[in-house]
Ligand binder design. Structure first.
Ligand code: FES
Length: 278
């Protein structure tokens, strides 16, 4: 579309020229904003980069991801859970045989990664901070054309609801790992600082998953009438306030997954001691 000048409806003598189809902020400026609008995309890009670098490094380590009976603990890093390869230190189920010789984390990370990559919040975050499309409100897009998510590869973002189903299973698995961490010295119940960290991890991942837009849609978003779906309405009503905080849960759960892995890694390597509460 070629640029077209119109005037906004205002009292005579106070018309504001608006450029349609041109660069927002005026023909020669990227934006009229004078605040430090670039701070947020910069912080987002930095936070995501730190996580990706750490998670990639940790996933390829293939060591120190499990604190087991030798230390009277039962802590499995969330980056390696569920551990499905025969070469795991703590085998959930030997789905992958002895032919799998690389890190077991590589086999499972694709699923939580797919959930986060296609997440509506993260899309906004990385479209803005890495792709500049647009970098912030009222700042010119870094690209001349815009096709939305109608073409390959971005059309694959529509797979999000399927990743949500898998993400819900993974949230359940992380809760199971947190419960397993209560295992005591000789079959009884015990609790260490690592147990608490794994519990918080399970709660944050669950909050991130159930506050997902696809979850809200699944529960009641697509209904024409709540009148005949009382239970789904009740669930939808309870999920909606969580959905408003999805961005917060996205960051907290992302940070805590990395922190949990780091804590277990340091305990497993013998760098720090895990205090036992009982
Ligand atoms: S997990 Fe973020 S929108 Fe679904």
């Amino acid at each position: 579309m070629s640029a077209q000048s119109v005037t906004a409806a205002q009292p005579a003598g106070h018309e504001t020229p608006v450029i349609l189809g041109g660069v927002r902020g005026g023909p020669n400026k990227k934006t009229l904003r004078t605040d430090r609008w670039w701070l947020q995309p910069l912080a987002t890009a930095s936070g995501l980069l730190v996580f990706v670098v750490y998670a990639t490094w940790a996933a390829f380590q293939n060591a120190n991801y499990y604190v087991g009976p030798a230390m009277h603990r039962d802590y499995l890093s969330p980056l390696y859970s569920p551990c499905l390869a025969q070469n795991c230190k703590y085998v959930w189920g030997p789905v992958l045989g002895s032919w799998w010789s690389i890190s077991p984390a590589i086999a499972v990370l694709i699923f939580p990664l797919g959930l986060r990559l296609t997440c509506y919040y993260y899309r906004k975050a990385y479209y803005r901070s890495y792709w500049g499309s647009p970098p912030a409100c009222a700042v010119a897009d870094a690209h001349r054309s815009y096709t939305g998510e109608t073409r390959f590869p971005l059309i694959l973002q529509n797979a999000h609801r399927w990743f949500f189903y898998i993400g819900a299973i993974f949230a359940g698995i992380n809760i199971f790992d947190a419960v397993a961490a209560f295992r005591g010295f000789s079959g009884g119940i015990g609790m260490g600082l690592g147990t608490l960290i794994l519990c918080i991890n399970g709660v944050l991942l669950s909050l991130y998953t159930i506050s997902c837009h696809s979850c809200r849609h699944l529960l009641g978003g697509q209904l024409r009438s709540f009148h005949t779906h009382r239970i789904r309405y009740w669930l939808w009503d309870k999920i909606t306030p969580l959905n408003k905080h999805h961005m917060l849960f996205a960051w907290l759960s992302l940070f805590w997954v990395a922190f949990t892995d780091l804590y277990i890694r340091l305990v497993a390597a013998g760098w720090i001691h895990d205090p036992r509460f009982f």
